[in-house]
Design a protein around this ligand. Structure first.
Ligand SMILES: O=C(O)CCC(=O)C(=O)O
Ligand SMILES: [Fe+2]
Length: 154
């Protein structure tokens, strides 16, 4: 759809041999704002996802697979049933990492709210209705790591 705010991003993390086991963040922790992210990378590790207990789990690198990530707007549409995954990238001391991510986003004027079918009987909507434009501008205000969805909760 020509109106959609989807995009493709290519990231390159050159190796840093001087690290010697120290942790260097290449992409700070965040959740992706859009609906869904589809990532493809080379065979270098680095991507980590945050588990419910706050620990970081490495995503095994696999150049033949796509890594599909639930993003913020999907969390809203499913009324929190699918959770937007917090993730980050740490830099390797030995090998370059290259990743390519497609972010599927709605048109700017699109109104977003939990889908009625997913509220269940008498279920309440966790999020108020807002436009994608409104949400996108909130991502430009706070820090990368901010949990932006809380300000859209009912
Ligand atoms: O480079 C990666 O593996 C992930 C980068 C990322 O999370 C992003 O571009 O939103
Ligand atoms: Fe991301």
């Amino acid at each position: 759809d020509a109106e959609s705010d989807s995009m493709l991003r290519v990231n390159h993390y050159p190796p840093r041999p001087e690290l010697q086991g120290r942790l260097l963040t290449g992409f700070g922790e965040h959740t992706d704002p859009q609906v869904i992210s589809v990532l493809r990378s080379n065979g270098t590790s680095g991507l980590e996802i945050c588990a419910r207990d706050g620990s970081w789990a490495a995503v095994p690198p696999d150049p033949d697979s796509f890594f599909v990530n639930v993003a913020d707007a999907m969390q809203v549409l499913t009324n929190g049933r699918f959770r937007s995954v917090r993730h980050r990238v740490v830099v390797s001391s030995e090998r370059p990492r290259v990743s390519m991510i497609f972010f599927g986003g709605p048109p700017f004027g699109q109104r977003l709210a939990p889908l009625r079918q997913l509220l269940g009987d008498g279920g309440r909507s966790r999020y108020r209705e807002f436009t994608w434009k409104e949400y996108k501008s909130s991502t430009h205000k706070g820090r990368l790591a901010t949990d932006r969805l809380c300000s859209f909760e009912n």
